[in-house]
Design a protein around this ligand. Structure first.
Ligand code: MG
Length: 367
């Protein structure tokens, strides 16, 4: 009999945090919560702590770091938002614990630092439907037999719209995602296709795959969560209902597979599966992220920081939808790329890029 795994959840009151607790409550003999950390919704977290008999709680990304070192912690679920999650990812891997990573920005910004520490199978488990899917399609296969990764995208709420039509779209419209129910930052990223750009960089690091062998395909039903194409022409796809508890549970159960009370996918009701190339001329963030990834070094950190600032401004109604890509592009153009050397260097680059983005956006509003 396996002993119960001790879990720390960083970002416990967000969408991934709440769904992780749901997975824990479905598996009371296999998982228990050792610590919880949140950003601002402290009373929500206190209710969670009471319900799950959790003694250790923390508020803010800095205090959350202390939870990682607690006795009895096997897995850290990093569901913090943005580059602020990098330190927690780094510390978790340094401490030799399993990192269940929903904070994709960690890998985008610091993949060069994190991946050498995730040297054993199961040390870094992605909590992202696409990467969980690719992870499973790769199980039992030789890396040398892989030809390409196919990362699927829903296309977001604005799929099919022209640049002109996108000029005046609002945050409220962008927050209405067609297939997945997620937090505000990632939902806006999905509407600009930046989320897919971040995921391409995430896939590059996680699966040690060159960018020219990572393809993005729009699959509007989100039934196919991603695919792996092999050198003999075979393609393996991972399908399932659009329920984040599936990839969350897989990250926590690996190398086992546990039962889950999720709605089964009925192919007879699904009817058809559509595919299309992404429109990267209109949704420029995907192309910008790819360029940042290919260039490498500190450029992905700059791209990510500028995006975080622009998304924050868009959510507040302080810039337009199209300003997001323009702001990211401006910050990337102004940056002198360096090799990644340390967390401190990345934090400095991140802060500079945020200042640059704020400057750019204040010019937009003045104009
Ligand atoms: Mg995803």
């Amino acid at each position: 009999m396996m002993s119960s795994k001790g879990v720390v959840i960083l970002g416990s009151t967000g969408s991934i945090g709440c769904q992780t607790l749901d997975v824990v409550s479905q598996n009371p003999d296999k998982l228990h919560v050792v610590g919880l950390a949140c950003g601002t919704r402290v009373s929500d977290m206190q209710r969670q702590a009471q319900k799950f008999s959790v003694r250790h709680t923390a508020v803010g990304a800095d205090d959350a770091l202390d939870l990682i070192d607690l006795d009895g912690v096997d897995i850290v679920v990093n569901a913090l938002v943005g580059a602020a999650g990098l330190r927690a990812s780094y510390k978790t891997l340094m401490a030799g614990k399993t990192l269940a990573l929903a904070n994709k920005e960690s890998l985008v910004v610091g993949g060069d630092l994190l991946m050498p520490m995730a040297d054993k199978p199961g040390r870094l488990m992605p909590i992202d439907s696409e990467h969980g899917a690719i992870y499973q399609c790769l199980m039992g296969e030789e890396a040398s037999h892989v030809r390409r990764l196919w990362v699927t995208a829903s296309g977001g709420p604005f799929r099919g719209m022209t640049t002109d039509q996108l000029k005046n779209v609002t945050a409220k419209e962008a927050l209405a995602h067609p297939t997945w129910n997620m937090g505000p930052k990632i939902t806006i990223d999905s509407s600009t296709l930046m989320n897919k750009g971040l995921e391409v960089i995430e896939a590059h690091h996680l699966f040690d795959m060159p960018y020219e062998r990572i393809e993005v395909v729009v699959q509007p039903q989100s039934a196919i969560h991603s695919m792996v194409e092999y050198t003999d022409g075979s393609v393996k796809a991972h399908l399932g209902t659009t329920d984040m508890r599936i990839p969350i549970q897989f990250a926590l159960s690996y190398p086992e597979r546990w039962d889950a009370p999720v709605a089964p996918l009925d192919f007879r009701e699904l009817g058809s599966l559509e595919f299309a190339a992404p429109d990267t001329k209109t949704f420029r963030c995907l192309a910008l992220a790819r360029e940042a990834g290919k260039t490498g070094g500190t450029l992905p950190a700059v791209m990510n920081a500028a995006n975080e600032v622009a998304v924050g401004a868009f959510l507040q109604g302080e810039c337009s939808f199209l300003d997001i890509a323009a702001c990211v592009e401006d910050a990337m153009e102004k940056h002198k790329v360096q090799r990644v050397e340390s967390i401190e260097q990345l934090q400095e680059v991140d802060m500079d890029a945020r200042r640059c983005a704020l400057n750019y956006l204040s010019d937009c509003t003045a104009a």
